[in-house]
Design a protein around this ligand. Structure first.
Ligand code: HMG
Ligand code: MG
Length: 306
């Protein structure tokens, strides 16, 4: 639903800190991850990406994802109404995610051939073929699947990416049955007008209410890019508490957009998120402390200094 200004009344935050964030930080303990996930839920986040079932040789930081989900399920640490999801690049990943009890999974492709090769070791066309059996098994098990498209505003290897290619790959994932397509500015190189044009191009092929913005903040443009897209009808935003992370196969992708920063901006614009900013900042401070790094959110720093 939109308000009079053409802005959404409500935005759904899809929190990726425990996955996209922590996959690119030094390893923390499984307990640190569980504490983070619990605190995010307590702060009112209802969609939490809690892990990734990828090769542990490629991303060792996510090797304990099975344990994270098992503990969440066995020790009653789940919060009612919260969806806990995981990345699954192939059938093996989905089987592991199902065994561990993930509520929802995500496949991830790219709009750049070179990035696809470097990230998941196959071409775009091969990745689509790999996703077919994932979609079929997920459907049989009644598990919703989200679809990511990387490099929507630029690629670390190929530079500029044609927005028509972004739209083409997005439409394929949507038509395969992904309930939502998350548009990833993987290396945070986008700027507002380009971001908006890209969303408009994708929205010609995929209903805009099925799109999410996943903008990394490497060049400090993510909030501006989001603002430029908010009146297109998009109302789902991916972000990472404390600005954790990046992508191991995208040099320079140092940090996602901080959830605290986008929630502060949205609340200031009169847009609801259901998130308690003070509790969120505490969650971000705690995981930053466990990592021995600064909290990457300006808003969290300001709140914590009060
Ligand atoms: P591959 O080498 O082509 O796959 O890797 P394979 O099927 O030949 O298997 C090779 C080995 O991996 C085998 O083990 C498999 O068992 C194992 P070995 O016999 O050598 O001991 N394997 C697995 N193990 C655990 N879970 C699995 C799995 N699959 C195979 N699911 C693969 C293909 C996709 C597995 C590999 O390239 C990989 O794991 N890549 C990791 C990519 C990744 O995690 N990237 C970061 C996430 S994407 C991202 O951050 C972008 C996003 O945020 C959006 C944006 O910002 O743009 C989503
Ligand atoms: Mg990402």
């Amino acid at each position: 639903m939109m308000n009079v200004s053409g802005l959404p009344k409500k935005v759904s935050i899809f929190e990726v800190g425990a996955r996209d964030g922590l996959q690119n930080e030094k390893a923390v303990t499984t307990q640190d991850k569980l504490t983070l996930i619990e605190q995010l839920a307590e702060a009112g986040i209802t969609r939490i990406e809690a892990g990734s079932f990828v090769s542990p040789k490629w991303v060792p930081q996510m090797a304990d994802s099975g344990e994270v989900f098992t503990q969440l399920n066995q020790h009653n640490q789940r919060k009612a109404g919260v969806v806990y999801s995981a990345l699954t690049p192939n059938l093996k990943g989905l089987e592991l995610a199902l065994d561990a009890g993930a509520d929802e999974v995500a496949i991830f492709g790219a709009a750049s051939e070179t990035f696809s090769q470097r990230n998941i070791n196959c071409s775009i066309a091969e990745s689509i073929a790999r996703f077919e059996p994932v979609m079929a098994l997920a459907k049989a098990k009644n598990i919703p699947v989200r679809g990511y498209v990387s490099c929507v505003l630029g690629c670390p290897y190929e530079g500029d990416i044609d927005i028509n290619e972004v739209a083409r790959v997005s439409e394929i994932l949507y038509k395969m049955g992904c309930y939502e397509i998350s548009l990833g500015d993987t290396i945070g190189v986008g700027t507002p007008i380009k971001a908006r044009k890209m969303v408009e191009a994708v929205a010609k092929l995929v209903p805009v209410e099925k799109l999410a913005l996943h903008f990394h903040d490497t060049y400090g443009q993510a909030l501006a890019n989001i603002q430029a897209c908010l009146d297109t009808g998009v109302s789902v935003i991916d972000s990472s508490v404390a600005g954790l992370g990046g992508c191991p196969y995208a040099k320079g992708a140092s940090g996602n957009l901080a959830t605290e920063d986008v929630v502060y901006m949205l609340h200031g614009m009169g847009i609801e998120t259901g998130v308690d900013l003070t509790k969120l900042a505490k969650a971000g401070n705690q995981i930053s402390q466990a990592l021995g790094r600064d909290n990457g959110s300006k808003v969290a720093k300001a709140i914590s200094a009060d």
